[in-house]
Design a protein around this ligand. Sequence first.
Ligand SMILES: C[S@@+](CC[C@H](N)C(=O)[O-])C[C@H]1O[C@@H](n2cnc3c(N)ncnc32)[C@H](O)[C@@H]1O
Length: 266
Amino acid sequence: MKQAQISTLNHQYKDKINSLTPFEIYLQHSSEKEVSIKCLHKILSRFKNNSLKILDVGSGDGTYLLKSLPEDKDFEITFLEPSEDPFSKLKKNTKDNSNYKCINQTFKEFYKNTNEKFDIVLASHLYHFTQKEYPIFIFQLIFLLNDTGTLIWIERGIDEIAEFKKRFKTKLLPNRYPDKWQPRNYKKALGILKEKSGKTELIINRSELKFPYRENLDETIAIVEFYLNIDWISIPKLIQKKILKFISNRNGTLKQEEGIIIYQKQ
Ligand SMILES: C[S@@+](CC[C@H](N)C(=O)[O-])C[C@H]1O[C@@H](n2cnc3c(N)ncnc32)[C@H](O)[C@@H]1O
């Protein structure tokens, strides 16, 4: 049997189908961002200050935070995004506001060179570091907060997508994903943050991913690749069939959960 291949680093932001990246295709078929934007908007509306300084780490093209901003406040925002394609979209999306700064660096590069402090640090769906690095990464994010600052950490929950990933990643790459492997979820970060002095709150968002499995096989495959991070053509035909069967058995719909952790340093 041929060996399944891990997709090259960050493939989802580079390889395009119908001019969209797999991440953008996934966004079109999931209600996750819509639900999440409403929730982040509510959270940002709670802050009493009329002007807030935010750092958005791994902001992508910036739309998530931009769409979540309440209109009655002023925001000074630093968007940090190292990948070229989302960064050029980010520049376009923010060009009309002089209070927005876009930095084309990794978090590590930025952290090394900055002395700035922020009211809010947003770390939403960042998966470029290993789980072993969570304590140090979270420590560094909190270090960038001012004395009463807030970290907003957003990560997937334990849902049908996690079940899908576990089933097929352990089957396809057992050396890398043994049976005991679990997809990431917000619980590890929550445990670390609860140990710190300060206030921690958890909000759970529920949404759905609808695979276009009847009308658009290419897009269905792009979403599968986005989640498994394995090139479809390297997947044995029998397992490709099982993946499509898994999706059609659920009428193309998988339930999604997202955890929003709000940690306020005091
Ligand atoms: C899944 S996207 C999340 C985008 C956005 N935060 C959201 O929630 O919609 C992860 C982003 O992190 C960026 N990223 C990858 N490596 C990074 C690093 N070392 N430092 C900061 N951001 C990174 C990716 O380029 C990508 O845009």
